[in-house]
Design a protein around this ligand. Structure first.
Ligand SMILES: [Zn+2]
Length: 149
């Protein structure tokens, strides 16, 4: 399942990528461009714009303003798997990241992180390094809350 978030949903797009879902972000695109891109790439449009949601082939209208509620809505609506593919995708480039050796992360992440972390991933495109840090804890807490409700 692939998504295309509208300009008002940049943070949601980032979190969907953290969950491992291929999510494009429609920055400075008009409705027609968004609809065409979604059609061409087989993406579901996620939008806060009711009209755009109606015009797109496949879409989900998001009324919620808070990130957590937005994420909950998407996860429930599409019955998304959460957990398995976490941190498998760069949150900036939206491409899969690769596992690297611990040594390769040395000097590129804060010293205390390097010392206390065993598993690192890197984005081939932007070089950003990922690990299960504070990001992950926030995510885990959010997932727990979503699952409990
Ligand atoms: Zn990247």
């Amino acid at each position: 399942m692939k998504f295309l978030c509208d300009e008002m949903l940049g943070t949601l797009a980032k979190w969907l990528r953290i969950l491992g879902y291929d999510t494009a972000y429609a920055k400075q695109m008009n409705d027609e461009e968004i609809i065409n891109m979604a059609r061409k790439e087989g993406r579901i449009v996620i939008t806060r714009d009711k009209l755009l949601a109606r015009k797109a082939d496949e879409s989900l209208y998001i009324e919620e303003k808070e990130l957590e509620k937005q994420l909950k809505k998407v996860v429930e609506y599409f019955n998304l798997e959460i957990g398995e593919n976490i941190l498998s995708r760069c949150t900036i480039c939206n491409i899969p990241v690769e596992r690297i050796k611990k040594e390769e992360a040395k000097g590129k992440v804060p010293e205390y992180v390097w010392e206390h972390t065993e598993i690192f991933w890197r984005c081939k495109k932007c070089g950003r390094i990922y690990w299960l840090g504070s990001h992950w804890q926030n995510m885990e807490e959010m997932i727990k809350r979503i699952e409990e409700e």
